[in-house]
Design a protein around this ligand. Structure first.
Ligand code: NAD
Ligand code: MG
Length: 357
């Protein structure tokens, strides 16, 4: 098992990574409140893993929601709150989120607002959730008018990432998680990027020791960024490499067509392309990044049918437009990203046209 900390003063919490952790009672015991426990999961994960966690926790309350991003709603959050109230949970209760990022975001949000905040423990079961969504304290749900528009910052008491559960993850979901892993290498950790180049095939073969190492190094990177900028006033924005292009792809296709990580894969290739056009990144470095993303099983260009004009219009609506100016995360080098609005609209256009299929 590997253990690291997200350093946030008195709210500091550990991330545990390794095989078999789901079923280890002492990990929960160390971080739960003194009251009741509710495990929230979904109907995809429950048949696979709910038994193990229930055995480890004694007789917790359990709530199984329907699977899917479309269920990440206020209505489902209310269902969690109803259960907590009906079962008589007090402020000493603990919520355990067992699932991917959807369950983690939703259950975390319920924990943030129930009686103004109760303890919660993240037990992420997708690679994406283990390296990204379970760490950092962003919780929330979607609104019909926008993704993740309702939410709160609420840090978990612990993150328990059991690498055994990745065995049942579909290949596409594994690749989507690898996109965010590659992202950490590209934005701030060249050594890790080189390690990924060496071990990508083993990661896709799900070699347990390699997965543990990749998750730990990813979480260490995210934890450092979050510790420096918990509420995204500065460096935390670097975590959005490839995401402005990616969100345009997701929105242009209709959400759910490509997985988020797939859109981010193509988006990171576009960010690298633009960095080359600005003279910031060498062509050989761009090619290295694209090759690694391809080896992860990810697309390296936007989908057919999404025109440069449409992409540009969608990007102009991005959250990161400040005072009418689009800001992008671009690469100064492999392992070094910057947030910048310092580019001409023409450079962006050439990237969009150059990458269209
Ligand atoms: P997800 O939670 O929908 O999980 C993907 C699919 O895999 C689902 O069908 C799920 O039921 C299934 N699944 C989960 N674990 C499994 C397992 N071990 N074996 C087999 N199937 C399994 O999606 P995700 O990619 O984990 O998370 C995406 C969500 O995370 C989005 O809602 C996104 O907004 C959010 N997110 C949040 C943050 C944050 O900082 N809070 C960061 C990134 C993403
Ligand atoms: Mg992302």
């Amino acid at each position: 098992m590997q253990q690291l900390a997200v350093d946030l003063g008195e709210r500091t919490y550990p991330i545990y990574i390794g095989p078999g952790l789901l079923a280890q009672p002492e990990l929960y015991e160390r971080h739960r409140g003194s009251g009741q426990i509710l495990v929230v999961t979904n109907d995809c994960v429950a048949p696979l893993y709910l038994d193990r966690i229930v055995a480890a926790l004694g007789e917790p309350e359990t709530l199984v929601l329907p699977d899917g991003e479309a269920e990440k709603t206020l209505a489902r959050t209310e269902q969690v709150l109803d259960r907590l109230l009906r079962a008589g949970f007090g402020r000493d209760g603990t919520l355990v989120a067992l699932g991917g990022g959807v369950i983690g975001d939703l259950a975390g949000f319920a924990a943030a607002i129930y009686q103004r905040g109760i303890d919660f423990i993240q037990v992420p079961t997708t690679l994406l959730a283990q390296v990204d969504s379970s760490v950092g304290g962003k919780t929330g749900v979607n609104h019909p008018l926008g993704k993740n528009m309702i939410g709160a910052f609420h840090q978990p008491r612990a993150v328990i990432a059991d690498t055994d559960v990745l065995a049942t993850l579909p290949d596409r979901e594994l690749s989507a998680g690898l996109a965010e892993i590659i992202k950490y290498g590209l934005i701030r950790d060249r050594g890790f990027l080189e390690w990924l180049e060496t071990h990508m095939d083993g990661l896709r073969a799900r070699k347990p020791a390699l997965l543990t190492e990749a998750i730990a190094r990813s979480c260490r990177n995210k934890a450092e960024v979050v510790a420096a900028d918990e509420r995204e006033g500065g460096v935390r924005a670097l975590l959005n490499l490839g995401h402005t292009f990616g969100h345009a792809i997701e929105a242009g296709l209709g959400y759910g067509e490509w997985l988020h990580g797939e859109a981010v894969g193509a988006g990171m290739c576009m960010a690298a392309d633009m960095s080359v056009r600005l003279g910031w990144l060498g062509e050989d470095d761009r090619a290295r990044a694209v090759h690694l993303i391809e080896r992860a099983g990810l697309p390296t260009r936007p989908p057919r049918g999404l025109t440069p004009e449409h992409m540009r219009a969608l990007m102009a609506r991005d959250k990161k437009v400040v005072a009418g100016q689009l800001r992008l995360v671009l690469l100064r080098a492999l392992g070094e990203a910057v947030v910048t609005g310092d580019f001409s609209p023409d450079t962006l256009s050439r990237t969009l046209v150059g990458n269209a299929r």
